[in-house]
Design a protein around this ligand. Structure first.
Ligand SMILES: Cc1cc2nc3c(=O)[nH]c(=O)nc-3n(C[C@H](O)[C@H](O)[C@H](O)COP(=O)(O)OP(=O)(O)OC[C@H]3O[C@@H](n4cnc5c(N)ncnc54)[C@H](O)[C@@H]3O)c2cc1C
Length: 314
């Protein structure tokens, strides 16, 4: 019996959750799902699993990692789950790590493939995506997260039963909880959802230098990203950062401008279908992962692309 923790937005399971479900189903045996908080019941009704457990509690309106961990432990104990799988997002990883500590079991994070058996044979992403590790998981109960965008979500099947329940939560489970959310300054498409991302690195030169990056993003209906060198310089907020310690994204097109292509940066954008590098240095490491490159000054190249887009649109 496997339990998969599914995150959901606007009453539908997220894409990375469905990827986690596909990996969980590959383990064999029946798969149950766990969905938590507002909108969970609606999302659960679409999920192709034997039973979708829906945790409903007034304290679950905001994310609370220990509460999630308590709920994971409660449900996995109730159904006798031998494996618990979740998407490798910040929230689900946080919750599963806490569940692992409660259960006294190891957590294998960022799996990309699992071969059923005892022990489970895992392939997982390590070192910010620069290493694929083959490992055997010796555990009473396997706790796994799935690296986002590394597993294709199978086509949805028929949904199973939905079982709402009220979890038992203590005050200690609710000590850590999200109290407030700060909306990003810029409106428009968000970095993780954008089909096109135009990222600026240190080569942009200054906060004001992002003008051509923002202009191109607006013309292409895309989002602006940046490297850590940029956030460290205070030119852009951390919410724009792509990489090992930023967002991990998989757009159709990733345009990296003035970005050298450090492994920690590539960890965040290597899921992109196509990468276009704009860089003055033809030897920059980004070239080894780029599908297309323009060797030149981004302050000349980007306005030229924007001008051409405007000309063809008029
Ligand atoms: C634990 C750890 C975690 C990290 N996490 C992240 C992360 O999440 N994301 C991340 O990005 N980095 C991360 N880093 C930092 C990473 O190692 C690099 O230092 C960083 O990515 C470099 O940013 P950059 O490419 O913008 O700058 P640089 O490496 O300085 O590259 C600038 C590039 O711009 C080019 N350039 C200069 N001027 C122009 C111009 N006018 N036109 C066109 N090209 C130009 C240069 O040729 C160069 O290739 C992390 C590092 C560590 C140790």
């Amino acid at each position: 019996m496997n339990l998969v923790v599914l995150e959901h937005v606007d009453g539908a399971p997220t894409e990375v959750s469905m990827q986690a479900l596909t990996l969980a189903q590959g383990l064999g045996g029946a798969t149950h799902a766990l969905l938590i908080g507002p909108g969970a019941r609606e999302a659960a009704a679409t999920v192709p699993v034997a039973v979708a457990h829906v945790a409903e509690h007034e304290a679950l309106d905001a994310f609370a990692p220990d509460a999630w961990a308590a709920i994971v432990c409660e449900v996995s104990d109730r159904i006798g789950a031998t494996a618990v799988v979740a998407p490798g997002t910040e929230h689900a990883t946080d919750a599963l790590a806490r569940a692992a500590a409660r259960l006294g079991e190891p957590l294998a994070a960022n799996c990309v493939a699992v071969t059923p058996g005892n022990p489970l044979a895992l392939t997982r992403v390590r070192w910010g995506g620069s290493l694929l590790e083959e490992a055997l998981l010796h555990a009473g109960q396997a706790l796994l997260t799935v690296a986002p965008h590394t597993v294709f979500a199978a086509s949805p099947g028929s949904p199973g039963a939905t079982e709402p329940f009220t979890p038992e939560l203590s005050d200690a489970d609710l000590v850590v909880t999200v109290r407030d959310r700060v909306a990003p300054a810029a409106a428009g498409v968000s970095l993780p959802d954008a089909k096109v991302v135009i990222t600026g690195g240190r080569g942009v030169g200054s906060a004001e230098g992002f003008g051509p990056v923002e202009e191109l993003a607006s013309l292409l209906g895309g989002a602006v990203g940046c490297s850590r060198a940029v956030t460290m310089a205070g030119w852009r907020p951390h919410t724009d950062q792509v990489g090992q310690t930023g967002s991990k994204i998989a757009p159709e097109l990733y345009i990296a401008c003035g970005v050298s292509g450090a492994t920690q940066h590539i960890a965040g954008c290597k899921g992109a279908k196509r990468i276009l590098a704009v860089n003055t240095d033809p030897e920059a490491p980004i070239m080894s992962v780029a599908d297309y490159a323009v060797i030149g000054d981004l302050h000349e190249v980007l306005p030229a692309i924007s001008a051409e887009l405007r000309r063809t649109a008029s």
